[in-house]
Design a protein. Structure first.
Length: 94
């Protein structure tokens, strides 16, 4: 099994994240909160890009960072506080 070259994997993950980010940027619940949370993502991406040659991470690390950033984008879209799971609604009220 041949592995995808490191730089090609990063281009694929970056492209997929950009598509996901653009999809979630269309109509977030709270635009100000969404923008604030995405400033942090932008700073993190700048840090990763600037340290890529000096401190390269493994493929699994970049993939897990990609998955975390996708979930973080969903949280920013729904502003985290407004999203509740069904399990939380089944608790007995005190």
């Amino acid at each position: 099994m041949k592995l995808i070259p490191h730089h090609q994997l990063l281009l694929i993950l970056g492209s997929l994240y950009l598509i996901w980010w653009l999809f979630l940027a269309i109509n977030p619940h709270d635009r100000a909160d969404w923008a604030l949370e995405n400033v942090l993502v932008l700073l993190f991406v700048v840090l990763l890009v600037s340290t890529y040659r000096r401190f390269p991470l493994s493929r699994i690390s970049y993939t897990l960072i990609f998955l975390f950033m996708c979930l973080h984008s969903v949280g920013a879209y729904y502003t985290c506080l407004l999203y509740t799971s069904d399990a939380a609604d089944d608790r007995p009220r005190v």
